[in-house]
Write a protein that binds this ligand. Structure first.
Ligand code: PNS
Length: 174
């Protein structure tokens, strides 16, 4: 049963969304009244997909959920959470290797805004090895990512990779 009236944000890069993220969204949507999945825009990392493209893919992926909203944010996540009226920040933990980074972020966020509680959920074990970074690497090198991302995300990745592989000087003219 969902925690009544509790709004949670699920922030991340989502470059692109994977089936691991979707599993977490499914769990979060059942736990909280409202779940806002928020793409970090204007980052220093160079994402493969623009903020708008990442949001588009997320919107498509969460179409079946009436209590899930897709949004983007810039600046401190704790300030964004306050704007959205969220009392929970949702994050996924796959393996113990995620823990150190997640603990640092959770404690820093708690220091910045003690009212915001970070809640960690574990995705299903079948998703525990999936990351956006590895999915991009595997598809770039010609491997199969079937079952790791939604089919429409796989199509978008293939299109993007084929554009990137075009010889220099031809990229914008095909
Ligand atoms: O999917 P990611 O890249 O692991 O997500 C990281 C994210 C977006 C949750 C984190 O980088 C973040 O919250 N950035 C916003 C800036 C901020 O608030 N930094 C201080 C957090 S400790």
């Amino acid at each position: 049963m969902a925690a009544q009236g509790v709004i949670a944000i699920y922030p991340g890069s989502f470059d692109p969304i994977t089936n691991g993220h979707l599993d977490l969204i499914d769990r979060g949507a059942r736990l909280f009244s409202k779940l806002v999945v928020s793409v970090l825009g204007n980052e220093s990392k160079q994402p493969l997909f623009s903020t708008e493209e990442r949001m588009e893919m997320l919107r498509e992926a969460v179409r079946g959920y009436s209590n899930v909203e897709v949004d983007s944010f810039a600046g401190l996540v704790v300030d964004y959470a306050a704007q959205k009226g969220a009392s929970v920040l949702l994050r996924g933990i796959r393996a113990i290797s995620d823990y150190e980074y997640e603990l640092q972020m959770a404690l820093m966020n708690r220091r910045l805004r003690p009212e915001l509680e970070t809640v960690f959920l574990m995705a299903g074990e079948e998703f525990s090895f999936i990351s956006s970074r590895l999915v991009k690497e595997v598809i770039r090198l010609g491997g199969s990512i079937s079952g790791l991302v939604p089919p429409f995300v796989e199509d978008r990745l293939r299109q993007r990779m084929s554009k990137q592989a075009a010889p220099a000087g031809t990229r914008n003219f095909i």
